[in-house]
Design a protein around this ligand. Structure first.
Ligand code: ADP
Ligand code: NI
Length: 230
């Protein structure tokens, strides 16, 4: 049995993640990471399997430090930031490999290619990450993203129907936006699909509540006639 990671070391990890994510405006800020961390810990306490909490917490904290939106596609695969942070707080190489594996196998565009985390710790963090993209926090993040430099800058265009069967290739061809990209279409192109992609029981439960919140939001939006542009 390896020694548990102390709260002091977790605090150091959080500080370093915070530094790396810095002034991110693509929805990967430290606030998102901390919500994913807290939700992962909660999910970990209710799944039937034995779970290594330290692996869950590290993977949750480090899951976005090498995201392609932050460091570019080439750098992303190398996981330099995750390795550097783990090494600096003395995480042993066995645990580093486990955590890196989880992070390398999670994320929406990878899941469109059939890549999913294999171990329960990874399933938990993936579910929590996807849960934070839906419900009330999802609405806020999608709007923030759409209005950021990286987003479309468009709320909705009734002439542009969502591409609901969008493929991994079309979804993010150049790292920028695609033809039908806008805030409201993002719900139909991605967010309403996430509930069906949960891999754990607590994830399914949480996602189902959050999915309903988005449906209520979209119904009110269209009922209010907010989509009128004429
Ligand atoms: P995650 O970190 O959850 O894997 P992404 O990297 O795909 O998510 O995106 C970060 C956040 O920005 C998510 O909440 C996502 O829904 C939102 N987002 C991504 N692309 C768009 C888009 N084209 N329009 C609006 N919101 C987006
Ligand atoms: Ni994330």
């Amino acid at each position: 049995m390896t020694e548990k990671i102390s709260e002091e070391r977790f605090k150091q990890v959080i500080d370093k993640v915070s530094d790396v994510l810095g002034a991110d405006d693509s929805g990967h800020g430290i606030d998102h990471v901390m919500r994913v961390h807290d939700m992962s810990v909660r999910f970990a306490s209710t799944v039937p399997e034995d779970v290594d909490d330290d692996v869950v917490r590290l993977a949750a904290l480090l899951h976005d430090v090498d995201d392609y939106k932050l460091v570019g596609k080439k750098q992303s695969g190398l996981q330099n930031n995750a390795v550097e942070i783990m090494s600096s707080v003395g995480i042993d190489s066995k645990m580093q490999i486990t955590v890196k594996n989880i992070i390398a196998n999670m994320g929406y565009s990878k899941s469109l290619r059939g890549v999913r985390p294999a171990i329960v710790e990874g399933k938990i963090v993936s579910d929590a990450d996807m849960c934070d993209a839906i419900g009330a926090s999802g609405v806020i993040r999608a709007l923030t993203y759409a209005m950021s430099d990286k987003g479309s800058g468009v709320i909705f265009n009734r002439q542009q129907w969502p591409a609901i069967n969008i493929t991994a290739e079309q979804y993010n061809v150049t790292g920028n936006t695609h033809d039908t990209d806008n805030f409201i279409n993002h719900f139909f192109e991605k967010l309403l699909k996430l509930k069906g992609m949960m891999m754990t029981q607590p994830g399914r439960k949480e996602a189902s509540v959050r999915d309903q919140q988005m449906i209520d939001f979209l119904r009110s939006y269209f009922r209010g006639g907010s989509d009128r542009v004429d």
